[in-house]
Ligand binder design. Structure first.
Ligand SMILES: Nc1ncnc2c1ncn2[C@@H]1O[C@H](COP(=O)(O)OP(=O)(O)OP(=O)(O)O)[C@@H](O)[C@H]1O
Ligand SMILES: [Mg+2]
Length: 340
């Protein structure tokens, strides 16, 4: 049985915005991300799970039981917000103990749980400090510890690291992944940062305008985007306009067999690492080298073509013969084809 299952969830605000037809299942111990641009409905889904919003349609179940009629504090969930939401007048210990106190847990148990949670977020010894005496990253770790020690069936995280600087964000990602591995906790993580989602998730739910575009592993999303939106939202991509006809999609000098029955105008989405540069005499799309940028172990090549600028990522050693202004042919490996 799925740890969390959402069935045809819908929520419309008075403005007409919101989410509709959201269905997904999260397995125990899985970290799933809700990823999409600002306003696509990520927080709306997360708050509906946490009980801070009343959806008008659909169902949300945890371990098979509908939780919709429960108030937030009765749900087997805990939420970590973007802003840390620590109580400033309480010490770290008191902040952490609070949730367990209202659950009437014994003093020794609370002490044990708080100590363990602090170890987990690597802040042992911070018990007596006040939130203002901690850095942003440390405060967010305390907020995470507070949610962890409630031992929720599903931990909800709404852009928890977005207020932190880039280096700290990377560290926190790794720590969250380690905590998840150590605890086996099921997590739903909201972010609008595709790199963050790709790096920490078991699976990603890509959302756009209140709907799910694709639900897949990071690798599947990257290699086989299901829609043009996903293709343009995840990773770097070239888009070439072509025509589909007789089981093939064609762009100047290139053709690809079609797996679907597309016809008419199509768009080919091509990752820069799938763009190869060949000798001018070979088959392919006519191009001129516009710019070569060395980026460590690989180079980013901009090519001028009849179809606009095409970017290619090549290993450094493959760029030695290339020169700016040189004529060449472009050959494309894997491509995803969408109707235009
Ligand atoms: N309380 C509200 N009343 C009316 N409209 C709302 C309310 N909350 C959110 N919305 C609208 O619903 C849509 C989805 O909002 P939501 O907060 O879920 O987006 P999000 O994906 O979390 O965005 P962000 O990345 O900016 O946090 C948006 O268009 C937003 O303007
Ligand atoms: Mg949000």
């Amino acid at each position: 049985m799925a740890q969390l299952s959402i069935h045809q969830l819908s929520k419309r605000y008075k403005t007409g915005e919101g989410v509709s037809d959201i269905s997904l299942e999260v397995q125990k111990g899985e970290l799933i991300s809700l990823l999409g641009p600002s306003g696509c409905g990520k927080t709306t889904v997360l708050r509906s799970i946490g009980g801070f919003l009343d959806p008008e349609g659909g169902d949300i179940r945890i371990k098979g039981q509908s939780i919709l009629s429960m108030p937030p504090e009765k749900r087997p969930t805990a939420m970590v917000f973007q802003s840390y939401n620590l109580w400033p007048h309480m010490t770290v210990y008191e902040n952490l103990a609070f949730g367990l106190k209202i659950r009437k847990r014994k003093k020794e148990d609370i002490h044990y749980a708080v100590t363990r949670a602090l170890e987990m977020v690597r802040l042992s010894g911070a018990e007596k400090k006040y939130p203002t005496e901690l850095s942003g990253g440390q405060q967010q770790r305390i907020a995470l510890a507070r949610a962890l020690l409630l031992e929720p069936e599903v931990l909800l995280l709404d852009e928890p690291f977005s207020a932190l600087d880039a280096k700290l964000r990377l560290e926190m990602r790794e720590e969250l992944r380690e905590i998840q591995a150590a605890t086996g906790m099921t997590m739903v993580f909201v972010t609008h940062d595709q790199e963050e989602a790709l790096s920490i998730s078991d699976r990603i739910v890509v959302m756009n305008a209140g709907k799910i575009e694709q639900l897949a592993t990071p690798k599947e999303l990257y290699d086989h985007p299901a829609t043009l939106f996903v293709a343009s939202f995840i990773g770097r991509m070239n888009f070439l306009k072509g025509v589909a006809d007789g089981g093939e999609a064609r762009v100047e000098g290139l053709d690809y067999p079609l797996k679907t029955d597309l016809s008419g105008n199509v768009i080919l989405a091509v990752r820069p690492e799938e763009v190869q540069i060949r000798d001018e005499h070979e088959a392919g799309m006519q191009a001129t080298v516009r710019q070569i940028m060395m980026l460590g172990h690989y180079a980013e090549i901009s090519l001028d073509t009849q179809h606009g600028i095409v970017k290619s990522f090549l290993p450094r050693e493959k760029t030695e013969q290339l020169q700016q202004g040189q004529s060449c042919k472009v050959h494309v490996g894997r491509t995803s084809i969408f109707s235009d």
